[in-house]
Design a protein around this ligand. Structure first.
Ligand SMILES: *[C@@H]1O[C@H](CO)[C@@H](O)[C@H](O)[C@H]1NC(C)=O
Ligand SMILES: *[C@@H]1O[C@H](CO)[C@@H](O)[C@H](O)[C@H]1NC(C)=O
Length: 307
């Protein structure tokens, strides 16, 4: 009889932890049971509550990442083995100020005397100034261009349904992301580039493009923010593509006001260009049809300089 009760209790315990509350959309979250509540540590003793049924606002994610970096904790999940493009991920992350709903405050200072204005993606859109810098309002990013480079494939990619294939892959991966916002998709087989334009109507404040872009950037460049750590592999035709790089361009409802610093040549500059483009790139890219992959980085640089 005692044994039987023990078994029932043991079964309950196992059942409980299997049902235990977890956060699918944030691998660094800590969750408490009864009732299930998850949060992210963003400072000593500062717990940011999370809604794990949705993607987590980028501002909270950046705060959490900065805190982990300060604590010397890994900002990756599978510590040790760096991925190919890991060194490029030095993407000018800072410790942002967030509104209670997860939006970025228009003015950011990174705990220093130096301040700048950001867009709704948290990306700097003005020159840096001192503490008295005025940022009238948070300027909305209404268009994001994702430039995805995939690895070599054995068979040619079947692009008959390119746009809907990409839209479906994004919708499946990035919770609640409205696939109607995928406006245009282009493909360059030689450069192995997929260029995805994601747009919302100007003035729309309900949808947010930048969360999805940030999750995707992490998926491709470092490791997924999702708990399950499954890589993002869009399915085009009936092939799953492995991605090797991503560039994200932001286009705001109002043009940015910064002056670009001149960039020097060499391989370091290419890395800088990639990092700068991810953080500060606000430009219209001409999609060159016959661009070879070697010329690709140089073309990037020219475009940045042209700005
Ligand atoms: C959490 O997110 C889901 C999906 O967007 C939403 O339906 C729900 O109302 C949110 N819950 C809270 C407490 O905000
Ligand atoms: C913000 O501050 C951190 C630590 O002081 C630094 O590593 C980082 O480069 C700064 N970021 C920006 C965008 O200034």
């Amino acid at each position: 009889m005692k044994m039987w009760i023990f078994l029932v209790l043991a079964a309950c315990a196992v059942g409980d932890s299997a049902l235990g509350c977890t956060c699918d959309t944030m691998k660094w979250a800590t969750c408490e049971d009864n009732p299930c509540r998850c949060y992210l540590l963003v400072d000593d003793g500062a717990k940011q509550p999370l809604n794990c049924s949705d993607m987590i606002p980028k501002c909270f994610l950046m705060k959490g990442e900065m805190y982990r970096a300060r604590k010397g904790q890994s900002t990756r999940t599978l510590g040790g083995k760096p991925v190919e493009t890991a060194f490029v991920d030095n993407d000018g992350i800072y410790d942002p100020e967030c509104e209670s709903d997860g939006k970025f405050k228009a003015k950011q200072c990174n705990n220093t005397e130096e301040c700048w204005c950001v867009n709704s993606a948290g990306v700097r859109r003005t020159d840096k100034g001192d503490k008295d810098l005025k940022c009238e309002k948070l300027v909305e990013t209404y268009w994001v261009r994702l430039q995805l480079k995939h690895k070599e494939v054995a068979n040619p990619v079947n692009t008959a349904n390119l746009k809907s294939d990409i839209a479906n892959s994004i919708h499946k991966r990035y919770k609640n992301f409205n696939k109607d916002m995928v406006e245009d998709v282009q493909y360059d087989p030689e450069a192995r580039l997929i260029v995805v334009d994601v747009k919302k109507p100007m003035g729309n404040r309900k949808s947010d493009l930048t969360q999805m872009a940030y999750y995707m950037e992490k998926d491709v460049k470092v490791l997924p923010l999702f708990k399950d750590q499954v890589p993002f592999k869009p399915t085009i035709g009936n092939q799953q593509l492995d991605l090797e790089n991503i560039l994200v361009y932001y286009v705001d409802e109002e043009a940015p006001t910064f002056t670009m610093k001149h960039l020097t040549g060499g391989i370091i500059a290419v890395i800088v260009v990639v990092a700068v483009a991810v953080v500060a790139g606000v430009l219209v890219l001409i999609f060159a049809k016959k661009r070879q992959s070697q010329r690709y980085n140089k073309a990037q640089q020219r475009e940045m300089e042209a700005m």
